[in-house]
Design a binder for this molecule. Structure first.
Ligand code: HEC
Length: 126
């Protein structure tokens, strides 16, 4: 009898933890689906995206060697490529632009939309 109870307990526990995991995944997905594209800030959103995905190649020092001479470090430099359309064209993998980040998966939709929104605002240093 004891062993039956124990097996039943283990089964119940597994079912509950599986159900909880499903719930958590849904929640996480829900959070990820929310993307704030209003009042996008260069310092709070854009700079971290560039730092995490672009500046290893497009920085002040290395851009000549591995970044094809394109420097995205600092607001003024990022703004230049934002306003000449190549920044958005490259991250959206539009034809006529080299797909970026180079040899890596496309940025997530939220990041792309935030960059787009920042450019529409005029790529401010905010
Ligand atoms: C591994 C190095 C590397 C990374 C990371 C990288 N780039 Fe590039 N990028 C390059 C190279 C090299 C070129 C020159 C074109 C080519 O070789 O594809 C380039 C070209 C560009 C261009 C010019 C595109 C055009 O067609 O005019 C822009 C804009 C650009 N990158 C932006 C970015 C952005 C934004 C990111 C991050 C999301 C990024 N790059 C990540 C290496 C990189």
């Amino acid at each position: 009898m004891r062993i039956v109870l124990r097996v039943a307990a283990v089964c119940l526990f597994s079912i509950f933890s599986y159900a909880c995991k499903q719930l958590n995944d849904e929640k996480l997905f829900g959070i990820e689906a929310e993307c704030d594209t209003t009042n996008v800030s260069y310092k709070l959103q854009i700079l971290p995206i560039l730092q995490n995905n672009c500046l290893t190649c497009h920085n002040e020092k290395n851009n000549i060697n591995i970044g094809a001479g394109i420097n995205l470090e600092g607001h003024e430099n990022a703004r230049f490529y934002a306003l000449n359309n190549s920044l958005l064209g490259s991250i959206q993998h539009k034809s006529g632009y080299s797909p970026m980040p180079k040899n890596m998966p496309k940025l997530n939709t939220c990041s792309i939309n935030q960059i787009k929104s920042w450019i529409i605002q005029g790529a401010p240093n905010n």
